[in-house]
Design a protein around this ligand. Structure first.
Ligand SMILES: O=P(O)(O)O[C@H]1O[C@H](CO)[C@@H](O)[C@H]1O
Ligand SMILES: O=c1cc[nH]c(=O)[nH]1
Length: 235
């Protein structure tokens, strides 16, 4: 067992899907994986291992925000030998052309978090990016399934509710597609410990237009993103 994951060595596959919501992890395991078994319930942050097309895959909730996701990414890689982490999250669209339920692959993640400033002593603005091989595979898998997927940069924000919507407008001007809360940390930790990471997102809100999906949709839909992530994980 690691501090935050109640699994024995060998219980977790080398490839892990990481939704923020632990109940989305349960839904993914029950909907998509064969012979899924729950390996952790520590802090209610559910994790499962099963098989997708005969290959072992795990799905581990990571919680909301970079401090929480960092703990799970760190322990999955360093305590359980995980090599591939694919976040499957929800996001708020910043780009005008995006619609609710569109799928995004995050090529890079800007952030307002201080975690990397602390890591580099305030001297470097490190640029967290997706693993190129995983990103390329995800694009291929989306095309094979006929699922439109937009690839581009996102913002990983510390706060869900912002007092500075003007900054979101500026980011949209610079081509940032959407906002979520984990990917800058995920990409950084994967790079640090020589693992591969990619974030796929489904648009759950449109920030400018004020459109929203329900919390049940955020837990139990978004299947197209999950299918691309599973195909990519086992490729
Ligand atoms: O749906 P998940 O994966 O949790 O992702 C998004 O949703 C949460 C906020 O509602 C944050 O964790 C954000 O990144
Ligand atoms: O972090 C998030 C996730 C979904 N929607 C948002 O507006 N922000």
């Amino acid at each position: 067992m690691s501090i935050h994951i109640g699994a024995e060595p060998g219980d977790i596959a080398e490839r892990v899907l990481m939704p923020g919501d632990p109940l989305r992890a349960k839904w993914i395991a029950e909907t998509y994986l064969d012979d899924a078994k729950c390996y952790t319930q520590v802090r209610g942050m559910l994790g499962y291992t099963g098989r997708w097309q005969g290959v072992e895959v795990s799905v581990q909730g990571s919680g909301m925000g970079m401090p929480s996701a960092s703990i799970y990414a760190h322990e999955l890689i360093n305590d359980y030998g995980v090599k591939t982490l694919i976040r499957v999250g929800s996001c708020g669209a910043l780009a005008e052309e995006l619609q609710l339920r569109d799928v995004i692959a995050a090529s890079g993640a800007s952030t307002d978090s201080n975690m990397n400033r602390a890591r580099f002593d305030g001297l470097i603005d490190y640029a967290p990016v997706a693993d190129f091989g995983l990103l390329r595979t995800a694009v291929e898998k989306a095309e094979q399934r006929g699922i439109p997927m937009t690839v581009g940069p996102i913002l990983a924000a510390d706060a869900f509710y912002t007092d500075r919507p003007d900054l979101y407008d500026s980011l949209a001007d610079y081509g940032v597609l959407a906002v979520e809360m984990e990917s800058a940390a995920l990409y950084t930790i994967a790079a640090r410990f020589k693992a591969r990471a990619l974030t796929l997102l489904t648009v759950s809100d449109h920030i400018k237009r004020g459109e929203k999906t329900t919390s049940q949709e955020r837990e139990q839909t978004f299947g197209q993103m999950v299918e691309i992530a599973l195909d990519t994980a086992i490729a």
